[in-house]
Design a protein around this ligand. Structure first.
Ligand code: AMP
Ligand code: MG
Length: 364
C-alpha cells in the first residue's frame, strides 16, 4: 500500500477559525493548504481507511470507531491483540452522547475541567459502539484531544475516531512524525505530520463507571489534579503499583487482573536490553558508570537515559524518543536512572519506563 504523507505543521501555529482574517497572505495560504490535506485525510476515514495523526500526547492511528471493518484494520496494521480496547476520539464534547447512554454531573465536571486534553474517561458504552472497538468490553474509553489537526480531522470525518498509539504493537509510542513513518509507512492510507507531540506520553485513563473514580493508566493529569476538580477521592488501580508484568497465570495475579486490558501486554520495548537503576541519586550515577564501563569492556554498546532529578515534564516529553534514538544508534544495553514516583508525573513516566525494561530493576 502506498501511504500518503501530508504535512500539516502549519495548523499548529494558527487558529483555524481565524485563519481567514490574518493579514499575512502567505500564512493564510499555508493554513489553507494544510486544511485541504485534512479534507483528503477525513475522506479516507469516511471511506473506511486508516489515517495516523498528531495529538498533544502521542501520534494516533485512526479509523471510524463505529465501523467494525475499519477498526479491524487498526488491529492488523499495529499487530495489536484483539482484547486490547481502543480509545475513541471526539472533537466536540457534545458528541459524547453517541457513545455512552448517560452523563452524571461528575462526568460533566471532569469533561469541563480537562477537555480538550490528555485525559481519557471510561464510561458505559452504547450498543452502537462495536465490540471490536472496545475489545469486547461493555465500557468505552473516550477522549477529546487538544491538537488542531486532530480536532479538524475528526470534525471533518464526522464520526468518532478510534485511535490507539500509531506504533507497531510493543514498540515505543511515536512522538514525532518520523516515528510514525518508521512503523506505519506502507501499512496505512495516510499519515498527517504535525509538530512533535507536546506531552510525549499517553493520556491518563480514568474509569468513571464505578462509585470511586479510578486511574487505570497514569499520565500528565494526576489523581491530585482530578481530585481538585471533582472534590472527591480518586484511586489508583492496584496493578499500577506492581513491579512485574501483571500478565501471569498464577491465581494471585488473576485476582488482580487489570481492568484496562492493555496494561498486561509487553509495551514500549526498545530493541536493546534495558535495566533501571534505582536508589539514591549519586549511587545511581556511579552504578550506571560502573555498569557502562563493564559492559563496554565486553564489547557491548551502552546507552544511558538519565533525566534531571525533578524534570518530570521533560522526561515525559523525551522518554519514548530517547528509546527510539538509542535503537537507531544500535545500542545493546540501555541503563536508565529511576525517577521519583512520589511525584504524579514521575509516577506516570516510571510506569512506561518499567514496562520498557520488562520490570528489570537493579537497586543500589
Ligand atoms: P493506546 O490506545 O495504545 O493508548 O491504549 C489504550 C489504553 O486504554 C489501553 O491501556 C487500554 O487498555 C485502555 N482502554 C481502552 N478502552 C478501555 C476500556 N473500555 N476500559 C478500560 N481500559 C480501556
Ligand atoms: Mg499504545
Amino acid at each position: 500500500m502506498k501511504t500518503k504523507i501530508f504535512d500539516v505543521k502549519d495548523l499548529n501555529k494558527h487558529n483555524i477559525e481565524q485563519s481567514a482574517v490574518y493579514d499575512d497572505a502567505e500564512a493564510n495560504e499555508k493554513v489553507e493548504a494544510a486544511l485541504e490535506k485534512i479534507d483528503e485525510a477525513a475522506q479516507i476515514i469516511i471511506d473506511g481507511g486508516l489515517v495516523a495523526f498528531p495529538t498533544e500526547t502521542v501520534y494516533g492511528l485512526g479509523a471510524n470507531a463505529l465501523v467494525p471493518e475499519a477498526v479491524a484494520k487498526i488491529f492488523s496494521a499495529k499487530g495489536r491483540p484483539a482484547d486490547n480496547p481502543l480509545i475513541v476520539h471526539i472533537a466536540r464534547a457534545s458528541n459524547i452522547g453517541e457513545l455512552t447512554p448517560a452523563l452524571t454531573p461528575e462526568i460533566i465536571r471532569v469533561i469541563d475541567n480537562f477537555w480538550p486534553g490528555p485525559l481519557t474517561i471510561v464510561l458505559q458504552k452504547k450498543a452502537s459502539v462495536p465490540d471490536i472497538t472496545t475489545g469486547g468490553l461493555k465500557t468505552v474509553a473516550i477522549r477529546m484531544p487538544d491538537d488542531p489537526a486532530a480536532l479538524e480531522l475528526i470534525k471533518k470525518a464526522g464520526c468518532p475516531v478510534a485511535a490507539p498509539s500509531a506504533n507497531v504493537s510493543g514498540r515505543p509510542s511515536p512522538t514525532k512524525g518520523e516515528h510514525v513513518i518508521e512503523d506505519m509507512d506502507g501499512k496505512i492510507d495516510a499519515i498527517l505530520i504535525g509538530n512533535d507531540c507536546r506531552i510525549g506520553i499517553e493520556s491518563t485513563v480514568l474509569d468513571l463507571t464505578g462509585d470511586i473514580p479510578t486511574i487505570l493508566r497514569p499520565g500528565i493529569i494526576t489523581a491530585e489534579n482530578i481530585e481538585a476538580a471533582i472534590g472527591k477521592k480518586v484511586e489508583m488501580d492496584p496493578t499500577l503499583n506492581h513491579r512485574k508484568n501483571s500478565f501471569s497465570d498464577s491465581e494471585d495475579e488473576k485476582n488482580l487482573a487489570p481492568k484496562s486490558p492493555g496494561m498486561k501486554y509487553k509495551h514500549y520495548a526498545p530493541k536493546a536490553e534495558m535495566i533501571i537503576i534505582e536508589g539514591q541519586r549519586d549511587k545511581v550515577k556511579s552504578e550506571i558508570e560502573r555498569l557502562k564501563a563493564l559492559n563496554e569492556k565486553l564489547g557491548l554498546k551502552v546507552g544511558i537515559i538519565l533525566f534531571e532529578e525533578k524534570a518530570f515534564i521533560e522526561a515525559a516529553h523525551e522518554f519514548f524518543a530517547r528509546l527510539r534514538d538509542l535503537d537507531d544508534e544500535g545500542v545493546n544495553l540501555i541503563l536508565a536512572g529511576a525517577l521519583s514516583e512520589s511525584d504524579g508525573v514521575g509516577f506516570a513516566v516510571m510506569n512506561r519506563m518499567l514496562k520498557s525494561a520488562g520490570y528489570h530493576i537493579a537497586k543500589v
